[in-house]
Design a protein around this ligand. Structure first.
Ligand SMILES: *Cc1c(COP(=O)(O)O)cnc(C)c1O
Length: 403
């Protein structure tokens, strides 16, 4: 029996401390039921699986390697470090695993239109990519402020043929984009599919996104067994909404010898309030239609990595924390920045700033472990998108140091 207790309505846990579920207006409930029914119908359908696997192989480029980071391992002098190379996927991150799965479902549901929300633009680009591939019109909601900050991603989405709509209410960032996408979905669900980007939101999205991202952990498990003949001691991933982490963790969840560590963005320091680490420093609440750990002050949500700054977190991670199956820690902006530079120099691999959080924690952990221990880090994305930002930050830092 699995340690994961979840109902068919996506409620994780038992008794008082439960997470997930569906907290939405009635109009949206109907829309979500249709998605849940379709997902239940197709997820084990042999033709659906065959098509999903075809695109993962031929379009995304899976399977990607589990690379032994020999230079980093030698330099740190402790546990063996392996990198699961999601950064080598088409579009440069793990998000495409999920967007392929969901758009195939949308197609089966007869959707004439795709909608999505995006913060930094990475999920928007992954969605616009599959909308182009399957030739389905796509509208992406994005906060007006985010559109200015991420102008290049707006251009990418438009280049791929999608329409980007500015969310102009409130703070004009991710929260408002989610609200507008949900409203659109409630009104248009007869012919519109809402393609959600992380293991968050109301049921069935957390379970559906886990399903499509679990390919990461399944591959990693087979690869480490082939290379080492045994399971890893630690699996480590960064946690924004939690999709790359749950994708790596889930296939190991019932292997009790495998320690699972989720690394949240500690931002400018937990005590400053400017972070995005609800599991390390928050409390259970309802946000965006589901129950999970939420930051005390969501308005202060901040991370150096745009893909991690979400004030809530997936319900399954909230549950793993509650039952003690996984450990959640925070890594600050400056530590992630150092890890970004360190992995680039030692392995010739430039990681995404998001993934750099997982690398930073592994760099602290590895030297404290024996040489026969094994760590797998999920390298959720490549850092090409971040080099301009990092170059700017490092030159400011040099200016300050030279003053
Ligand atoms: C979006 C993103 C993340 C954070 O999302 P999760 O759902 O927590 O995985 C992490 N890494 C990269 C490269 C991303 O693009």
């Amino acid at each position: 029996m699995s340690v994961v207790k979840v109902t068919e309505h996506g409620v994780f846990g038992e008794g008082e401390e439960v997470f997930g579920g569906t907290f939405v207006p009635e109009a949206l409930e109907t829309a979500l039921h249709r998605v849940a029914d379709a997902f239940a119908k197709y997820k084990d359908d042999p033709q659906f699986i065959e098509e999903y696997n075809y695109y993962l192989k031929e379009y995304v480029g899976r399977e990607n390697p589990l690379y032994f980071a020999q230079n980093l391992t030698a330099k740190l002098g402790g546990a063996k470090i392996y990198l699961k190379r999601e950064d080598l996927n088409h579009t440069g991150a793990h998000k495409i695993n999920n967007t392929i799965g969901q758009i195939l479902l949308a197609k089966r549901m007869g959707a004439k239109r795709i909608i999505a929300e995006t913060g930094a633009g990475q999920h928007g680009v992954a969605t616009a990519t599959v909308a182009a591939l399957f030739n389905i019109p796509c509208t992406i909601y994005m906060g007006e402020v985010d559109m200015e900050r991420q102008a290049l991603n707006v251009f990418r989405m438009e280049l791929l043929g999608s329409k980007v709509v500015a969310a102009k209410s409130g703070n004009r960032t991710l929260k408002e984009a989610v609200d507008e996408a949900l409203m659109d979905f409630a009104m248009n669900h007869e012919d519109t599919f809402y393609l959600l980007g992380s293991a968050v939101g109301p049921h069935p999205y957390p379970l559906m996104v886990r399903h499509f991202q679990s390919v990461i952990g399944r591959e990693a498990k087979a690869q480490v067994l082939a290379k080492e003949g045994r399971l890893p001691d630690y699996v480590i991933a960064c946690v924004g909404g939690g999709s790359n982490a749950i994708g790596l963790f889930y296939p190991f969840v019932d292997d009790s010898s495998v320690n699972m560590i989720g690394v949240e963005p500690g931002g400018k320091g937990l005590s400053t309030g400017y972070h995005a680490a609800p599991l390390t420093f928050g409390k259970p609440d309802v946000i965006h239609g589901f129950r999970c750990y939420v930051m005390d002050d969501p308005d202060k949500c901040h991370s150096i990595a745009a893909g991690l700054d979400y004030p809530g977190v997936g319900p399954e991670h909230s549950y793993y924390k509650a039952i003690g199956r996984a450990e959640y820690v925070a890594v600050e902006d400056h530590e992630a920045l150092s890890a970004f530079v360190e992995l680039s120099k030692t392995e010739g691999i430039i990681p995404a700033l998001e993934s750099s959080h997982a690398v930073a924690y592994a760099m602290k952990l590895a030297p404290t472990l024996d040489k026969d221990k094994i760590i797998i880090i999920n390298l959720s994305g490549r850092g090409d998108k971040d080099v301009a930002q990092v170059s700017e930050m490092l030159s400011q830092l040099t200016d300050i140091l030279n003053q």
